[in-house]
Design a protein around this ligand. Structure first.
Ligand code: SAH
Length: 195
């Protein structure tokens, strides 16, 4: 998708990795960002973004802000991006970074993204960047009819499948497994994975 490629070209990935990893920023692999978390591999960022078919008028939810990189990419393609991060220092750092780089249509919240962001629901698109063994029901509920969600589904340390969830205009849910991936787990407030 040319719009996705353009967004990937415009967002400066080196500014989203720790200073010691700047040289590696454009390598096609995930990079540690502290607290046991990673900034996702650029190929996967682009692929998930393309799969969501984001339109300029869309309101998006991302679960798992991490570095803020994926949120910055999405902010170039959508009207509004709401992103939730459970690790406070990562959320605050990402928020500051996004503001400094003028990605002003992104809002960051510190919370367990399993529960979504009720005040801003429904969302046209939802992207989850941590793996769970099932699709969180609150996220299904907050997806607008006609909306799409992209989420890695599978157990921790095992194969997860990037899954496309679609909600029809009448509210029927369909899920389609796509490629195998490996994501950090979606965790609960107590640090244990959602499973
Ligand atoms: N999208 C990120 C990569 C995220 S890695 C980027 O572009 O850099 C996954 C992130 O999800 C981690 O930062 C992790 O702390 C966060 N996370 C894990 N469980 C979560 C939950 N329940 N709610 C919100 N964030 C969560």
């Amino acid at each position: 998708d040319p719009r996705v490629l353009e967004a990937m070209r415009s967002v400066p990935r080196p500014l989203f990795v720790p200073p010691s990893s700047i040289r590696l920023a454009y390598g096609d692999f995930p990079i540690p960002i502290g607290y046991g978390q990673t900034i996702s591999q650029p190929y996967i960022v682009a692929l998930m973004t393309e799969m969501l078919q984001v339109k300029p008028e869309h309101k998006l939810l991302e679960v798992g802000t991490g570095s803020g990189y994926q949120a910055a990419i999405l902010s170039q393609l959508a009207k509004e991006v709401y992103t939730i991060e459970i690790i406070k220092p990562l959320a605050l750092q990402a928020e500051e970074r996004l503001k400094k780089l003028q990605y002003l249509n992104v809002q960051v919240k510190v919370a367990d993204g399993y529960y979504g962001w009720e005040e801003h629901a429904p969302f046209d698109r939802i992207m989850v960047t941590g793996a769970a063994t099932f699709v969180p029901p609150p996220l299904l509920k907050q997806l607008r009819p006609g909306g799409k969600m992209c989420i890695p589904v599978g157990a921790q340390y095992s194969v997860q499948y990037l899954t496309m969830v679609e909600k029809s205009e009448k509210g029927a849910i369909t899920m389609k497994k796509t490629l195998p991936v490996m994501f950090v787990p979606l965790t609960r407030g107590d640090g244990e994975p959602w499973q």
